[in-house]
Design a protein around this ligand. Structure first.
Ligand SMILES: *Cc1c(COP(=O)(O)O)cnc(C)c1O
Ligand code: SF4
Length: 338
């Protein structure tokens, strides 16, 4: 497709695609790269096949070598504890499967719908609530987005389209520019939202091609990043955020409250401050979705609410994220009172 946005750019495979394929995908390789004990207990190979390890080398470079409690390492390390069966933890923790329509669209909340665009991610986060999602059945990007666009045409109450996944920025720019052009042509659609972790874990993805289609659309743009710890934000991430903002995007962050990773007021305060320094406002802090294999990340509600009180006592209100839980069947995320 010649959309006029990419014609001045160099041909060939973009750098970020090569970096995606060069990600670390074997536990032993990650342990070696970080100088960690090769005997650290890992999930068995059979279970690991269902949700493999995946972590870009640039993200590994932000981890502290020799520290098995590093908060970035813990997010990607397939611990043997994932095999524990814990009552209350299931494979569709947020009830999305019931709501999924043919075009990969989930329309749970008024005025906005979320498109499952791809199952691919640049990183596999072990606590991910979509780790068991049967992506094969329902991808919005199939067939030039036809089924998704048909659903949007049938319901003009949807003014905001949220691209999710997986990670929508794992798709090529041709594919994304094609969808954005189609949304642009539908006058009742006002906002385009991206739910993505890629600018954080693979900031090279924010290149001229991406910025080209993003800046060109008339739609208002919101990029909701996913950053759990201040040390995820390095200079390359700060540059990527600045470029996204220059292209007209409002940047927000959603984090997940994770035991041993960011479950203190201190860790959350540093995260908020560091996000804001990068031009990103805290949005949601999710309590863990009860997804099978993630129970060892859980933080109790009482600890979560105590943490929020301590956080609010030391930060300006705009740096305090909303503590929420996803409950199937509700009309919005559910705030936890504190
Ligand atoms: C979380 C979510 C949204 C976005 O909710 P906001 O409160 O607008 O951020 C939209 N659709 C679905 C299906 C969601 O799970
Ligand atoms: S990037 Fe997001 S969708 Fe992908 S594994 Fe991590 S939490 Fe899940």
């Amino acid at each position: 497709m010649d959309d006029g946005l990419t014609s001045a750019l160099p041909a060939g495979r973009p750098l970020w695609q090569r970096l995606m394929t060069e990600a670390i995908t074997r536990p032993a390789e990650l342990l070696a790269a970080l100088n960690l004990d090769p005997a650290l207990p890992a999930l068995d190979a059979e279970r690991l096949r269902d949700f493999p390890i995946r972590v870009p080398r640039g993200f590994v470079a932000r981890m502290r070598p020799g520290d098995p409690a590093d908060p970035l390492f813990l997010q990607v390390w397939p611990s043997a504890r994932e095999a524990e069966v814990v009552p209350g933890y299931s494979t569709d923790a947020v009830g999305d499967l019931d709501k999924l329509k043919g075009g990969g669209l989930i329309h749970k909340y008024a005025g906005r719908a979320l498109a499952i665009t791809t199952g691919a991610c640049a990183i596999n986060c072990r606590y991910c609530f979509r780790r068991h999602f049967p992506y094969g059945d329902a991808l919005a990007s199939r067939g030039h987005w036809r089924a998704t666009l048909d659903e949007l045409d049938a319901d003009p109450s949807i003014e905001e389209v949220i691209l999710s996944g997986g990670d929508p920025l794992a798709l090529t720019d041709d594919k994304l520019a094609e969808l954005v052009a189609a949304l642009d042509a539908r006058p009742w659609i006002r906002r385009l939202r991206l739910h993505t972790r890629i600018p954080v874990v693979l900031p090279e993805r924010v290149d001229a091609r991406l910025l080209g289609w993003l800046a060109a659309t008339r739609l208002q743009k919101v990029v909701v990043l996913h950053i759990n710890h201040e040390r995820e934000i390095d200079d390359a991430v700060i540059r990527a955020c600045a470029q996204l903002r220059d292209a007209g995007a409002t940047l927000l962050n959603q984090a997940v409250l994770l035991r041993g990773i960011n479950d203190s007021a201190d860790a959350q305060a540093r995260l908020s401050e560091r996000c804001f320094a990068a031009g990103v406002l805290p949005y949601y802090l999710f309590v863990l979705d009860r997804v099978a294999g993630a129970a060892h990340f859980d933080v109790s509600d009482s600890q979560a609410t105590a943490l929020m009180q301590a956080l609010a006592a030391r930060l300006p209100g705009y740096l305090v994220p909303r503590l929420v839980r996803e409950i199937a069947g509700r009309a919005s995320k559910t705030p936890l009172p504190w």
